[in-house]
Design a protein around this ligand. Structure first.
Ligand SMILES: *Cc1c(COP(=O)(O)O)cnc(C)c1O
Length: 400
């Protein structure tokens, strides 16, 4: 997945374009920038790549989620349904707006179980956020129809899944509003950066203004712009956008490498009858940023992780005890360890997380191993790795 592995001359040239005239800001200074508009160019490139009407770049993926929710009007006291398996950014972005994260179980897709979503809907629910973890996706048709039936905003965090598709549509572009991250370890990197994408013009204009202090971006005198509503600063810089612009043009190349490496490992592991690959919903095509599979039990999965480690197989994780991605170890969240006072509604919701039953999520995450698919591996290295992985798994299974 990480695009930084293939950072090269085109990225350097693009950054040097910006350094040549020193206009590091994406807005204004029209006369001095010699036609360099890296952020604008990256937005229009993403628009084409993802086949969406509007793209707003921001400073990070976390900012993208917050801006997306704010643009759709999610705020204080609103409940946002999100999965137990995701990145900490999901609840951070929700709570920053004073909204309440409501965590629900995942299923074998490794994201929202539609039945769990339906069961969690209350009169305060405002949005449902699916997180397309590890290069694949949730059951988008079912989730979308739940949102439509209950009049909820459907948000899609596709930070880990650029290049994946569902019924021919790019992940990120299917829900009402989608989010991407271009942080240093994502498939396409800007160093730091993110994007909000949508076909809803109102949400787009809201995102455009909100991410720049509420500026209306009318005319070409920044000082004279008005503020139709309150905003914040989540701008991306021209330097970061320059890196992303070079990288996004290489997306087809990156995806082809991911797919080749993914298939070599998948075909090797498919010879083991005890392995079950994650469910990819009908009509879905993974981005191949990760290969995710289930083993028969948590115990076996832990042993396989250990065997991988001692045999030099890196970048494979069982997330059961992971600090970043799974609810079990989010003690700072469950204990509401905030630097500043939280609303009583948020505190109550977090308190509930301590006793809520997520055994269904444990059942999937406990048995799961997800392996990052790197871009820099040669075909020979991948074949060797795949064989080693198969041997490690078989040895654990035989010993069990
Ligand atoms: C990386 C990531 C984010 C946050 O992105 P940053 O740019 O690091 O803030 C959000 N959601 C998911 C699923 C991610 O993987």
């Amino acid at each position: 997945m990480p695009g930084f592995e293939l950072f090269g001359d085109t990225e350097r040239e693009s950054v040097n374009d910006v350094l040549d005239n020193g206009i590091l800001m994406r807005y204004g200074f029209d006369g001095m920038r010699n036609g360099h508009w890296k952020a604008k160019a990256l937005e229009s490139e993403l628009q084409k790549t993802l086949n969406t009407n509007h793209v707003q770049l921001v400073s990070s993926g976390t900012a993208a989620v917050s801006v997306a929710l704010a643009s759709a009007g999610v705020g204080a006291g609103d409940e946002v349904i999100m999965p137990t398996f995701t990145f900490v950014a999901s609840f951070e972005a929700i709570m920053m707006l004073g909204a309440i994260p409501v965590l629900v179980d995942i299923d074998s897709t490794l994201t929202l179980d539609p039945k769990a979503v339906e069961a969690a809907i209350t009169q305060n629910t405002k949005a449902v956020m699916v997180v397309q973890m590890c290069g694949s996706m949730g059951d988008m048709d079912t989730l979308k129809s739940i949102c439509d039936n209950h009049n909820l905003i459907f948000v899609e965090d596709a930070c880990q899944a650029i290049g994946g598709t569902y019924n021919g549509k790019s992940l990120g572009s299917i829900a009402d509003v989608g989010c991407f991250s271009f942080d240093f370890v994502k498939t396409i990197t800007c160093g730091e950066g993110g994007a909000v994408i949508t076909n809803n013009k109102d949400y787009y204009l809201n995102a455009d203004h909100y991410s720049d202090h509420g500026h209306d971006h009318m005319g070409n005198d920044r000082g004279a712009e008005t503020h139709p509503f309150l905003g914040y600063n989540f701008r991306i810089s021209e330097l970061h956008a320059a890196v992303g612009l070079a990288q996004v043009k290489r997306l087809p190349e990156f995806l082809a490498i991911q797919k080749r490496n993914f298939n070599i490992i998948k075909n090797e592991l498919a010879t083991i009858p005890e392995i079950e690959f994650r469910t990819v919903p009908k009509g879905g095509i993974e981005s191949c940023a990760f290969l995710s599979f289930f083993l028969p039990s948590l115990e076996i999965s832990r042993k396989v992780s250990e065997a991988f480690k001692s045999n030099g197989i890196d970048v494979c994780w069982n997330y059961f005890d992971n600090n970043w991605h799974y609810i079990r170890e989010w003690h700072h969240l469950k204990d509401a360890k905030s630097l500043y006072p939280l609303s009583s509604e948020i505190k109550n919701a977090l308190e509930e997380l301590k006793t809520q039953n997520f055994s269904q999520s444990d059942f999937y995450i406990g048995r799961n191993i997800s392996c990052l698919i790197k871009l820099s591996w040669t075909e020979e290295e991948v074949r060797e790795r795949a064989l080693k992985m198969r041997n490690c798994i078989n040895e654990v299974l035989i010993g069990n």
